[in-house]
Write a new protein. Structure first.
Length: 181
């Protein structure tokens, strides 16, 4: 990938307890290494618990902005890391749904990995789109009208999706390129 500069670009990462740590830490580091600013947005107020897989506690991460205090128009893109607990909690959160919807309405890049696309189903953003996810989310996406494919990263318009932490290099490159414009 050619060097991309994200200087002056702001990227929201929407997550809560149970986020898959590599799916947060790796794209966050890629955005920051390119000069972008990452804001961790969460329904939680102060910090959240990341996980290694679904069962092992990993690090805590500070929350930069609580849902309801920020809007899509303050950012250039949105990243939705996975993690079963994280994604399941966010898809049922009306403020998370509204926040993510704002990025689609504004035509801004949205990137989701692993279980992250669950939120996209709830806000009616998968029907007619080509995307990927972790394998056990496939049926949910297909039932919601998506064309699911088994590829490391899929770009469909403003939407970037990826499967698992094994695909983070391709996911990170796609995110940085999309934010750079």
């Amino acid at each position: 990938m050619a060097e991309q500069s994200l200087t002056g670009k702001k990227v929201a990462f929407l997550l809560t307890d149970g986020v898959e740590q590599p799916e947060l830490a790796s794209p966050k580091a890629a955005v920051e290494a390119a000069g972008g600013t990452v804001t961790i947005v969460s329904p939680k107020a102060e910090s959240l618990q990341a996980m290694q897989g679904d069962w092992e506690h990993a690090d805590h991460f500070d929350v930069d902005a609580q849902l309801g205090s920020v809007a899509a128009d303050q950012f250039d893109a949105l990243v939705l890391p996975g993690g079963t607990l994280n994604a399941d909690t966010l898809r049922a959160d009306e403020q998370a749904q509204a926040f993510a919807s704002g990025f689609f309405e504004a035509g801004k890049p949205v990137a989701a990995i692993c279980h992250g696309p669950w939120l996209l189903i709830e806000i009616d953003q998968v029907a007619g789109r080509r995307l990927t996810s972790v394998g056990n989310v496939r049926s949910d996406l297909v039932n919601a009208g998506a064309e699911w494919v088994d590829e490391p990263v899929v770009i469909d318009g403003q939407l970037i999706t990826s499967r698992t932490p094994a695909d983070l290099e391709a996911f990170n490159d796609a995110v940085v390129q999309a934010v750079a414009g």
